[in-house]
Ligand binder design. Structure first.
Ligand code: HXC
Length: 259
């Protein structure tokens, strides 16, 4: 299926790659893009062969935020009742397979929020993250004030939300916003390497690991540890656990069948 705002492909039949594609607007996120993104994410999530999904942009811009032109004349009633700006944004949270953001260039406003909704971020050395909404007379609207402090702590999150300043890739890695920084020309190789590796693991264990790490942000430590233990025990009912441990014991490579 063709999309107007995205390029979509698979790699090795097991990684779904989604490239945001509104180059003239630096990949500003409009309703059409977010709708198409949700559709593709759900399709990859439902595809048994796909083990990991990558969202990326261009070398200059991952996404420069929600489309300001589209929002500029909204009234409160449009924004609140129609929920035009944010209504398609939560789809990504329902995706159960891992989603990696490969970020080069600008990840600003909604672009930074979209990257933070992914399970982890691999950044090119030219990446710049920011929540500049304050300069537009608003605040982040897709989780920026909530996910940024969880990632980088209150001091840096407040600094960024209140001054609108950008964080470069080095600072983002030092602060815990991104998991790795690589040279720009290595961004897709590095991210694909991680995605292919994840896709070869047991899909069930991968989904359980994602669910359990996400639980850490929604629960007390003891509830989270109990949640993890229940999933850990449950994985002993899978063939993949038998395969993974047998392969280790017999010094051979595991061949997971995702059962
Ligand atoms: C619409 C945008 C845009 C945006 C850039 N463009 N960002 N269009 N929405 N968020 C457009 C410009 O208007 C311009 O179009 C073209 O992309 C190139 O941008 P330039 O500004 O000429 O490029 P440059 O000088 O390199 O500056 C890059 C930039 C700057 C620093 C990223 O464009 C910028 O500050 N953009 C806005 C960033 C921002 O405020 N983001 C937060 C949005 S609010 P023309 O037609 O002139 O060539 C938000 C709320 C989230 O995200 C809510 C979540 C639901």
């Amino acid at each position: 299926m063709a999309y107007e705002t995205l390029e979509v492909r698979t790699e090795a039949d097991k990684v779904g790659v989604i490239t945001l594609n509104r180059p003239k607007q630096l990949n500003a996120l409009n309703e059409q893009l977010m709708t198409e993104l949700g559709t593709v994410l759900k399709a990859f999530d439902a595809d048994e062969k796909i083990g990991c999904i990558i969202i990326t942009g261009s070398e200059k811009s991952f996404a420069a935020g929600a489309d300001i032109g589209a929002m500029a004349n909204y009234s409160f009633v449009d924004a609140y009742k129609g929920d035009y700006i944010t209504r398609n944004w939560e789809t990504i949270r329902s995706i159960r397979k891992p989603v990696i953001a490969a970020v080069a260039g600008f990840a600003l406003g909604g672009g930074c929020e979209l990257a933070m909704m992914c399970d982890f971020i691999i950044a090119a050395d030219n990446a710049r993250f920011g929540q500049p909404e304050i300069k537009l007379g608003v605040i982040p609207g897709a989780g920026g004030t909530q996910r940024l402090p969880r990632a980088v702590g209150k001091a840096k999150a407040m600094d960024m939300a209140l001054t609108g300043r950008m964080m470069d890739a080095t600072e983002a890695e030092r602060s815990g916003l991104v998991s790795r920084v690589v040279p720009l020309d290595k961004l897709m190789d590095e991210t694909l390497g991680a995605a292919l590796m994840i896709s070869d693991f047991s899909q069930i264990a991968v989904m359980a690991a994602k669910e359990s790490v996400n639980r850490a942000f929604e629960s007390s430590l003891s509830d989270g540890v109990m949640f993890e233990r229940r999933l850990f025990h449950a994985l002993f009912a899978t063939q993949d656990q038998k395969e993974g441990m047998d392969a280790f014991v017999n010094k051979r490579r595991a061949n997971f069948t995702h059962q």
